[in-house]
Ligand binder design. Structure first.
Ligand code: ZN
Length: 198
């Protein structure tokens, strides 16, 4: 799925951000700037829909996690990403939780020879009846790749003060999570101030 259609489908389901790295997309399923926080995954159906939007980024063997385990991992991921943006020390319990989830999955590579040459196929393994751990493991992989990879210092929080969405800025000038929601809202506010002042 390309980023644009992933975003359109996600927004149709009431989400705001999609198409960021998998871990960031999961962290962005909660609005932490409202009091109380607004959970964009309020029920199992929306949770399944969210995983469905990510299906092409998950190993074939992955089953869909329940809302409870999804939200539990999300809270650890969000903690680590928020700490990364704020340049604060992350909660060691969140780090431990991410590592515990990651350890539930193993991957093996198999060599195959095809008419066009050599290729490898990666198989993912989890405990029987827990194939959803493979989906959760894809999130922890994404998180580890982001925090240790070249984009680790491009993780940002949306500049809209009422928005808490995180994104990876591939363009250094990018300030908002979404063009159609946050960037426009600010433009609209600025426009209003210019034309209705006094
Ligand atoms: Zn935003």
């Amino acid at each position: 799925m390309d980023a644009r259609s992933r975003m359109e489908k996600a927004q149709a389901a009431g989400l705001i951000v999609a198409g960021e790295p998998l871990a960031v997309d999961l962290a962005d399923t909660i609005i932490t700037s409202t009091d109380p926080a607004t959970d964009l995954l309020p029920d199992e159906a929306t949770c399944r829909l969210w995983w469905g939007l990510q299906q092409d980024r998950l190993p074939d063997e992955a089953a869909t996690p329940t809302l409870a385990v999804t939200v539990e991992l999300r809270s650890a991921v969000r903690e680590l990403l928020d700490a990364q943006v704020a340049v604060t020390v992350p909660d060691p319990a969140a780090v431990a939780y991410v590592n515990e989830v990651a350890a539930r999955v193993s991957a093996t590579r198999r060599l195959e020879h095809t008419r066009s040459g050599w290729t490898t196929v990666t198989a993912h393994h989890a405990t029987a009846n827990r194939r959803y751990d493979i989906a959760l493991g894809a999130v922890t992989d994404s998180l580890m790749d982001l925090l240790t990879g070249p984009a680790h210092d491009r993780l940002r929080r949306c500049q809209n003060p009422v928005c808490s969405m995180l994104f990876v800025a591939s363009d250094a000038r990018r300030r908002f999570c979404t063009q159609n929601i946050c960037a426009n809202r600010t433009r609209v506010a600025r426009h209003y101030q210019r034309h209705h002042r006094g």
